[in-house]
Design a protein around this ligand. Structure first.
Ligand SMILES: Nc1nc2c(c(=O)[nH]1)N[C@H]1C(S)=C(S)[C@@H](COP(=O)(O)O)O[C@H]1N2
Ligand SMILES: [Mo]
Length: 419
């Protein structure tokens, strides 16, 4: 134990000091630049420091397919601040809902159809839980060629369609019990208040388990982009189940194959002879090194903490391993607490970069024993041709493959998933 500790101290001294000392000089000159800059006269309470350039806030979104990706390269810990939560919307305008006018109705195969105002919902027993939301298209091969350099670094496009928040709301089971479920009830079909009436279907068993209707996100009202004033939160399952601007829940006895389920979110699969699978539920075990990641540049050899996120829609993260030699050897990363079911988990790994080309990657195992596959393993499991991925045009969904980042000798970091 003792010898380990002093060994580690030596390692930090010998390996890191050269690089870190150079860094100290740089920050000393940066500090004098700061004191010369004109001080700001006003500051809006809650606004980040004018020196905090992390992420990209206030991105202008096109009104006909609104998307925004979480700047994972700057993420710290496991909570995504609301302005950095990714955003997926299929209809053409961000709803502008007055909560005083908003109603949630629960009807269909129930004994007592109900209609709640937001005030009424907030009087009911509530829970606060930390869960990730991930679009099932996150990480699709298409995303690896979609980078828009104006808006951020590649990892935003490859992996930034997942975010993690503390959600507060009412368990859906409370509402359904209040309405009284009829015997034949087995599914829900539920609708948002956006122009396209975005609608999805959910098996009743999940609805009665851990689903909630959420009105708060990280201690404040859910943001408009995330469904203000109310959204469905379906832990661990594909993003599309989490219907935003939620206003109707109908209890039914069969899946409805809604437009988004059958037309928009069903991807033809080679292993099914070109047919699509319609209902896939949980997001599988996944992890990614967020830093260093593509688009960043290491200033020189020396000590770096490798850091990243891991998660599983099936349960909790049990282990994350990191390889810095292209997958030849793996070592356990440190998991940062808390490690929560169906939430992002932060992992860290000490690395001394020797200045040679290196490929770094992470591999997650969850508490169900599921292990994150390599791209080759995933292709094999799903019967996807290497070629279609190599062309990076594939819209394949549920891509949870291990993500390799290549560090070149000049310190620049590159996406090595398809090369
Ligand atoms: N009403 C409504 N809910 C919706 C959508 C939508 O277009 N309209 N998009 C879905 C999709 S595809 C995803 S991935 C998640 C994303 O949630 P977020 O935008 O809060 O990150 O919302 C889902 N809920
Ligand atoms: Mo999505």
């Amino acid at each position: 134990m003792d010898s380990n500790r002093s060994g580690r101290r030596r390692f930090l001294k010998s390996a890191a000091l050269a690089g870190l000392a150079a860094g100290a000089e740089q920050s000393a000159s940066a500090q004098s630049a700061v004191s010369e800059a004109a001080p700001k006269e006003t500051h809006t309470h809650g606004e980040p420091s004018r020196f905090a350039k992390d992420g990209v806030r206030g991105v202008k979104l096109s009104l006909n397919h609104m998307t925004y990706y979480t700047p994972l390269q700057d993420s710290a810990g496991i909570i995504t601040p609301a302005p950095f939560h990714f955003m997926q919307q299929h209809s053409s305008r961000l709803p502008d809902i007055d909560p005083a006018q908003h109603r949630l109705t629960v009807h269909g195969m129930v004994d007592r159809p109900l209609s709640f105002t937001m005030e009424e919902l907030k009087r009911l027993p509530s829970v606060s839980r930390i869960y990730f939301v991930e679009c099932h298209g996150n990480g699709s091969p298409m995303r690896h060629s979609d980078n828009d350099p104006k808006e951020g670094l590649p990892i935003q496009y490859t992996h930034g369609m997942t975010s993690c928040s503390e959600w507060t709301g009412v368990p859906l089971s409370v509402l359904l019990k209040e309405a009284g479920l009829q015997k034949e009830a087995s599914w829900l079909v539920y609708e948002g208040a956006d122009a396209g009436k975005y609608t999805y279907t959910l098996p009743l068993a999940k609805a009665m388990d851990d689903v909630m209707v959420a009105y708060a996100q990280n201690g404040e009202p859910v943001r408009p982009e995330q469904g203000y004033p109310l959204r469905m939160l379906v832990p661990g399952w594909e993003g599309p189940f989490n219907v935003k601007w939620l206003r109707h829940i109908k209890v039914v006895d069969q899946p409805y194959m809604t437009w988004n389920e059958s037309m928009n979110h069903s991807i033809p699969r080679a292993d099914l002879g070109g047919k699509s699978r319609w209902y896939h539920f949980q997001m599988a075990v996944k992890s990614v090194i967020t830093k260093p990641s593509a688009g960043l540049k290491l200033p020189g050899p020396g000590f770096y903490e490798i850091t990243g996120l891991a998660w599983s829609g099936l349960g909790a993260v049990r282990k994350v391993e990191v390889s810095t030699d292209g997958g030849r050897s793996w070592k356990d990363a440190k998991l940062q607490t808390p490690v929560l079911r169906m939430a992002h988990t932060r992992f860290n790994f000490d690395w001394n970069w020797d200045g040679e080309e290196a490929v770094i990657q992470s591999r997650c195992t969850d508490d169900q024993g599921e292990v994150q596959p390599s791209l080759a393993e995933l292709n094999k499991n799903w019967g996807i041709s290497e070629d279609s991925h190599a062309q990076m045009k594939s819209r394949a969904i549920h891509i949870n493959a291990i993500q390799p980042w290549k560090v070149a000798r000049d310190g620049s970091v590159h996406d090595a998933m398809f090369s």
